[in-house]
Structures are given as structure tokens and as C-alpha cells.
Ligand binder design. Structure first.
Ligand SMILES: [Zn+2]
Ligand SMILES: [Zn+2]
Length: 241
């Protein structure tokens, strides 16, 4: 848990037998307009909210939760977080917002076996992942939030409505589970995944200048080597068809 750079705070996922996504809080502290990016796995809400407070960020300044995508390890504790930050809006790409609003949880669990296991493990009910979404994000939306500017980049492949957030001023990329450190990429076998789309998404991200890579899991990277994402895409290309 730490400040990464001006306007970017990192709360490490607390993995157990199911991974918990990292949570980022973005926005200049003086703006009073902070955003939480991904909340994390079911059961991790108290840890994430406590961590936000420990960073010295007041819960009243959290104006919204933005999801890179809605897999359980990213959205699982949203009900817990919303209880403590009820005024926060929820912003999700349209293609995953629509199922969320209908209570269609296939994008959340990704596969039926996992759904059964999680419902048992966490006592989740059939309608646990029905939410209203205040803003449905689209590719190329420009978000002027917290005295920073972020571009929304739709990067399907790992999930259908996955997004990256990109800050061009400081070359910061928050790509969810599409690309990680160590030349790893997200899985592409779950509900809504599409290997060919993932390949195109990786090559699209490869066009960006990225210094700071803030993925959904594992290490964060500052001083990302030039062409890192292109190299990663090339390494995986043969499997992405
Ligand atoms: Zn994840
Ligand atoms: Zn995921």
C-alpha cells in the first residue's frame, strides 16, 4: 500500500486460494474527487476500505468506482465497499454494465464450475451481482477526474468489456488483466473471452508510451522498458487465434 506517483495510490491485492485484484486510487488529493479502480475479491472489502483510510484519503472524497472489468476477483467485494461508501457511483464499460444491470452474472464468474464453488465458499446469492451503473463507459471516452485526464481504451479479449485507463501526461497505464509484468497476459478461456480480440488489444496498447504499468495482479512496474507490450504481444501471438 503506497503512493506510486502524484495522484496514484496502490493497494496490493491480498491473494488467498483465489487471487484478489489490486486496487488503485487515482486523483490529486486536493481535488476532493478521487476514484477507486477495481475493488477486489469477495471478503476483501474491509481490507480495501481500511487501506484507503490509511492512505489518508477520506471516504467522502471517493466519488466513484471504475471497473477495469467485472470478474469476481475485481468486483467481488463491491457490495461490502458500497456499504461504507454508498455515495460512490459505479462506472463500467457498456458491454459489462448491461449484464450487471440485468443481474446476468456470467461475466462475473466466467464459468459455471467456478460460480458453484464461489457461491458455496462465500454464501453468495443468485442476485449478488446486480448493480445499477451510473456511467457506461465507451472506447475513447476522456475522463477529467481528480485534476487528471484519463483516456478509456476498450481492450476486449480477457473479458468483453475490459478497459484500460491511460494517462498521457505521466504515461501511466492501468490495463486490468490484459497485460502484466514479466511478459504475462490475462487468460482468454473464460466467458466473454476472445483470443483474437486479446491479440488486437495488446497491439493497440503497444502503440502507447507507457512508463508506469499498473496491472490487476502481481508486480507493478515503474520505468517499463520501451516496447515491452509489443514484445509481450509478439510472444503470445501464436496462442491468440
Ligand atoms: Zn483479475
Ligand atoms: Zn480478469
Amino acid at each position: 500500500m503506497a503512493k506510486v506517483t502524484e495522484g496514484i495510490y496502490f493497494i496490493q491485492g491480498m491473494d488467498e486460494f483465489i487471487p484478489d485484484s489490486h486496487t488503485y486510487v487515482i486523483g490529486k488529493p486536493d481535488s476532493g474527487d478521487m476514484s477507486v479502480i477495481d475493488v477486489g475479491l469477495t471478503g476483501k472489502g474491509a481490507y480495501k476500505v481500511e487501506s484507503i483510510k490509511k492512505l489518508g484519503i477520506s471516504l467522502s472524497s471517493i466519488k466513484r468506482v471504475i471497473m477495469t472489468h467485472t470478474h469476481l476477483d475485481h468486483i467481488g467485494c463491491l457490495n461490502e465497499v458500497k456499504k461504507q461508501i454508498p455515495h460512490a457511483e459505479l462506472w463500467v464499460h457498456r458491454l459489462e454494465a448491461e449484464p450487471l444491470e440485468k443481474g446476468d452474472d456470467r461475466p462475473v464468474y466466467g464459468m459455471d464450475e467456478f460460480k458453484g464453488m464461489c457461491q458455496m465458499q462465500y454464501g453468495l446469492k443468485a442476485d449478488s451481482f446486480k448493480f445499477s451503473v451510473e456511467r457506461k463507459l465507451e472506447d475513447k471516452d476522456i475522463l477529467e477526474i481528480g485534476d487528471m485526464v484519463w483516456e478509456v481504451i476498450h481492450i476486449p479479449g480477457h473479458s468483453m468489456g475490459g478497459i484500460a485507463l491511460y494517462n498521457e501526461v505521466a504515461n501511466i497505464l492501468i490495463p486490468g488483466d490484459v497485460v502484466y509484468a514479466d511478459y504475462a497476459i490475462g487468460r482468454f478461456d473464460l466467458f466473454g473471452a476472445d483470443p483474437d480480440a486479446l491479440k488486437k488489444s495488446l497491439y493497440r496498447l503497444a502503440e502507447l508510451n507507457v512508463d508506469i504499468l499498473l496491472p490487476g495482479h502481481n508486480q507493478i512496474v515503474q520505468g517499463l522498458p520501451k516496447d515491452y507490450i509489443r514484445k509481450t504481444a509478439k510472444m503470445w501471438e501464436q496462442y491468440l487465434r
